[in-house]
Design a protein. Sequence first.
Length: 287
Amino acid sequence: MKNMRILAVMVLVVGMVVGMATLVGSAQVITTTTQVTTNVAIQTVGLGVIDWTNGIIRIQASGVGDPSKPMAQRKLLARRAAVVSGYRELLETTKGVLVQSETLMRDFMVVNDDVRAAAEGVINNAVVVPGSETYTEESDGSITCTLTMEMLLRDILVPVYATMRHEFGTAVVTTTTVVSPYTGLIIDVGGLGFPKPAVFRVVTVGGTVVYGVSVAKYEYACQSRLASYINSVIAAKQNLQDRIGANPYVIKAVRVVGTDIIVPNEVVTVTSTMTTVLQECKVVVSY
C-alpha cells in the first residue's frame, strides 16, 4: 500500500460529482457498506472506514447501469455510477477525521481557506483497488458494478500539518551522551477510551511534553503521520517494525484527557535519550 499513488482530500469532489453525473446518464447511484480488515485499528466514519494502521481511507460503492442500453454501455455506466458514489462517500468520510481535541476535518475546511484549497484537488485521485470490481446482471437486465476505492490518509493531513508548521520541532531538545537502545516508541492506551486524532500529545503527569507536534519534525509527520494506531502492543511489535524497529520502548498510559495521553513522570529518563526516534515519528499508539 505504501507504494500507492499519492492521494488526498475533498471539496472539489462536489463539483466533480455534478460534472460526472452528466456522464452517468441513466445510471443509478447506490452505496454499500465497506468491508473491514481485521487486526488493524479501524474507525468507521459514515459508510467508509479509516485504517489508522496502514494509513488508508477506504470505501466500497456500487452503481447500476440502465438495462435498456447495450451490455458494454451498461457496464460502463454502472462503473461510472459506482465511482461517483465512491467519491461522494470518501468526501463524507474524510470530513469526519478527528484532527485535534474536538475539531474535525470539516471544521478545518470551513475556517481555513488554505486547508480547503489544498484539499480540493486531491480526492479525485482516489484509486479503484485492482481486482475489486464485480459485475452482476440483475433480473431486470441491469448491471450492478461493485468496487472498492482507496486514498492515503496522510495526504488529507498534510494541509492540516502545514497550518501548524511553525509549531513543529519547537521543543527544547535535551542533549545527552547516552545512546538509546530503543528503535521506536509504543504508547499503550488500551482501555482508556482514547480517540484516533491526527494530532495529539504525550504528556507526563507533571506536564512535560514527551511527544507531539513540538517534538516531531514536519517532514517526517507529512511522510508518515505523527503515529500509526494498532490494536495491541504485540501486533505493533510484529507488524510495524518498518516504523518502530525491532526494539521499541513501551509506555503504559495513565489516562487520557481529550487528545492528550498522560504518562508516568519517570518515562522521561528514557525518552530524553530518544530524540532522533521521536523527531522521526517512529511512534505507534496501541489500543
